[in-house]
Design a protein around this ligand. Structure first.
Ligand code: ADP
Ligand code: ADP
Length: 225
């Protein structure tokens, strides 16, 4: 669990002013969606929160500590991308284990953690397969498994459901929400799908052209004229 405080955040790429003075605070264990049209800056914001993009000015704090003062392990953030970015030559087991192997964690702990993540996501039977032998929904679970295997305090998801067909998308929504409640994790979920944001989120941050237009519970966002 981690709270996130963003204050006066600006991000520019050269002359392009992408994020324009964002202020928002996310509580421990909240499920937040960033909703807005393509190009409004959602992915850029996610990348800034993940520490993968430098911010131009302003601050991003995790539990009160500035992002630039925290090492990757202290931040303990996991990311799920739209295309899942699985390693094609590695089995499901090795894909999920990858973040732990990078941290030089011992084999017994890795095996235990991988088994746990596979169990949570119901993919125990797929552990020896290669990604090419999986369906879209199964790949998505593996990507989520790889993200949660380290027990992250924050999970960032960039349109993780948009490559799935409609019925699977609805099913995976429920799964992601269940997982979030079970793990008590702070989730930031980027989408351009209003219904998805409505169903999933404790609060929705509506973005447009690099500014935050609204930040409120789903009902309050959509009851506005
Ligand atoms: P999405 O709408 O799915 O978030 P985009 O098509 O807006 O994706 O952008 C995908 C990625 O391409 C972005 O995360 C960004 O890093 C990169 N990108 C987008 N626009 C530019 C650009 N003008 N110059 C360089 N990279 C860009
Ligand atoms: P969204 O995720 O909401 O679709 P992005 O954050 O991907 O939006 O992009 C927001 C804006 O920033 C777009 O105008 C895009 O072209 C620009 N952008 C994103 N990444 C880069 C980059 N690496 N270099 C230059 N411009 C970028």
């Amino acid at each position: 669990m981690s709270s996130i405080n963003i204050a006066g955040l600006n991000k520019r790429y050269g002359q392009t002013h992408v994020l324009k003075g964002l202020d928002l605070s996310i509580k421990n264990g909240e499920f937040i969606s960033f909703l807005g049209p393509s190009g409004c800056g959602k992915s850029t914001l996610l990348f800034c929160i993940a520490g993968l993009e430098e911010i131009s000015d302003g601050s991003i704090r995790f539990d009160g500590r500035e992002i630039s003062d925290l090492g990757p392990r202290e931040r303990n953030i996991a990311l799920v991308f739209q295309d899942y970015a699985l390693y094609p030559h590695m089995t499901v087991r090795d894909n999920i284990a990858f973040p732990l192997r990078q941290q030089k964690i011992d084999a017994a702990t890795i095996a235990k953690q991988v088994a746990w993540a596979a169990d949570v996501l119901g993919i125990q039977a797929l552990l020896d397969r290669l990604p090419a032998a999986l369906s879209g929904g199964q790949r998505q679970r593996v990507a989520v498994g790889r993200a949660i295997v380290r027990n992250p305090s924050v999970l960032l998801m960039d349109e993780p459901l948009s490559n799935l067909d409609a019925s699977l998308r609805v099913h995976m929504r429920t799964e992601i929400r269940r997982l979030q409640k079970e793990l008590g994790i702070t989730v930031i979920f980027v989408t351009h799908d209003q219904e998805e944001a409505m169903v999933l989120s404790d609060r929705i941050a509506v973005m447009n052209n690099g500014v935050l237009q609204q930040f409120a519970a789903p009902m309050d966002v959509y009851s506005r004229p």
